[in-house]
Ligand binder design. Structure first.
Ligand SMILES: [Zn+2]
Length: 279
């Protein structure tokens, strides 16, 4: 039986991990839909390798859907860590140029209906020089502008969101004219009230402890595994089965009502991404 169980953020890495097998495992536990997010490769990327990586992710996602019967949606873009690596290797101007080219390509995939959203955009989760922040600002602004035009969502990768960072993101969103309700805070803390009250959509790592805390904070959030698919780090951040497993467990104890599960796994993602995820 399929649960309403949508994983908002999963990576597949057939070279270092199990690849599409992760989605089969998700399906076996009752998972119904998954957002597969392009995973940064090691080394310094370029516009070409970023585009190639995005295209590979699309193919991987199509294969995962075919093999598993789970609805697989693809999220494409340039990770802030890749922006950082490029800034260090080639300077901010070139780095932004490469990132924007790949971002435009990703937005084209969304316009054509191959991909569903842009991600991950934002800032590295560790301290970086102001130059890197400024490069990330420029990339984020353009990603937001393209998302506005495509009418799609953007998954955000950021350090812990304090007031200053929240304001920074909101002002870039305003400048771009993108609706804040299309901005998903991936790896959101379970105490997400400040994120939700700013209008952003929180996505919380699926552990029982987290989700118990998240339902205290509100009902407009999503769940994710942030599975990174590396055999050297099995089950990081949590396993690909985590979303359906945690959902089933909390449903069985009554800590999650069917109504709330439907809200988290179907209503919120459908409203945010404009795609169908119902089991
Ligand atoms: Zn990620």
């Amino acid at each position: 039986m399929r649960l309403p169980a949508t994983d908002n953020h999963m990576h597949l890495d057939p070279e270092r991990g199990v690849g599409t097998e992760a989605v089969l495992r998700f399906a076996k536990k009752g998972g119904s839909a998954v957002f597969i997010v392009v995973k940064p490769r090691s080394g310094v990327p370029s516009g070409d390798t970023l585009i190639e990586n995005n295209l590979n992710t699309l193919r991987l996602s199509e294969r995962a859907q075919r093999e598993s019967g789970v609805r697989c949606y693809t999220v494409l873009g340039v990770h802030p860590v890749e922006v950082h690596r490029m800034v260090s290797a080639m300077g901010a101007e070139k780095a932004v140029e490469h990132a924007l080219r790949a971002t435009e390509h990703a937005a084209e995939q969304v316009e054509q209906g191959s991909a569903c959203a842009l991600g991950e955009y934002g800032y590295p989760h560790y301290p970086v020089e102001p130059e890197v922040i400024e490069a990330c600002d420029r990339v984020l602004l353009h990603a937001f502008e393209l998302a506005r035009d495509a009418g799609c969502a953007v998954q955000l990768h950021t350090p812990a969101m304090d007031e200053e960072l929240r304001q920074r993101i909101l002002s870039i969103a305003e400048q771009a004219g993108v609706s804040v309700s299309k901005l998903v805070k991936h790896f959101s803390p379970p105490e997400f009230s400040s994120i939700a009250s700013a209008g952003l959509v929180p996505s919380v790592i699926a552990t029982k402890k987290n989700i118990r805390r998240a339902v205290e904070a509100g009902s407009s959030f999503m769940m994710e595994s942030d599975y990174i698919d590396e055999l050297s780090r099995p089950g990081a951040v949590v396993s690909p089965e985590a979303v359906p497993k945690v959902t089933a467990a909390l449903l069985s104890t009554g800590e999650l009502s069917e109504e709330l599960a439907w809200r988290i796994h179907v209503e919120v993602p459908e409203k945010t991404y404009g795609v169908e995820v119902a089991p």
